[in-house]
Design a protein around this ligand. Structure first.
Ligand code: AMP
Length: 191
């Protein structure tokens, strides 16, 4: 199973990614988590990524693509994977297509969580209190929403045209959202 989980910052991707990945027995690959791990270890990748992350901007495609390619090449991702937070730009879509095609597989589905924008900001401000993420200040939250709308929202139409888009209402309780995702994915054929 090869899945993408998409949605604006604060839509609950990270939480749902873990449930969905466990259910299908594939690793959840979160580019944000990999960047944050590199930042906390002070690696060259982390040092480069941090200045973009702190500003709410995207890390350059070449850097991100290279990192994802290496992660997907690891043995645990051979049977499949769930990508959380990648692709986020049209250039990343093309790059991911190449990576998957190379292995002779296909993308099974792209799940998009939809949440209204006021709820998103409230969730992120709450996360700032509980998790203390450096990029959860109000200005950066706002910038991340803008960047999502400009650069990532257009990907929804790309995947819709391919017939693999699954839109799920991300509002409400975590368990209810998980149940909606499973119900929607039950409809699609697994590879
Ligand atoms: P996330 O945890 O998914 O919200 O990601 C946190 C930050 O990591 C983002 O605001 C970006 O700065 C960076 N990032 C994560 N994934 C990507 C990506 N696919 N392309 C570029 N930057 C990314």
């Amino acid at each position: 199973m090869r899945l993408i989980l998409m949605g604006p910052p604060g839509a609950g991707k990270g939480t749902q990614a873990r449930f969905v990945a466990d259910h299908f027995g594939v690793p959840a690959i979160s580019t944000g988590d990999i960047f944050r791990a590199n930042v906390s270890q002070g690696t060259p990748l982390g040092i480069e990524a941090k200045r973009y992350m702190d500003a709410g901007e995207y890390v350059p495609d070449e850097v991100t693509n290279h990192m994802v390619r290496n992660r997907i090449d690891e043995a645990d991702a051979a049977p499949g994977f769930l990508l959380d937070g990648y692709p986020r730009t049209l250039a990343q879509v093309t790059e991911l297509d190449g990576m998957i095609e190379f292995t002779g597989h296909r993308l099974d589905a792209v799940v998009v969580l939809t949440v209204d924008s006021e709820e998103l900001v409230q969730r992120l401000l709450q996360r700032a209190v509980t998790d203390g993420r450096a990029d959860d200040t109000e200005d950066v939250i706002r910038r991340r929403q803008e960047v999502y709308l400009e650069q990532t929202a257009p990907l929804i139409e790309v995947y819709r045209e391919r017939g693999i888009l699954v839109e799920v209402d991300g509002m409400g309780e975590v368990d209810d959202v998980t149940a909606r995702i499973f119900a929607a994915l039950d409809e699609i054929p697994q590879s």
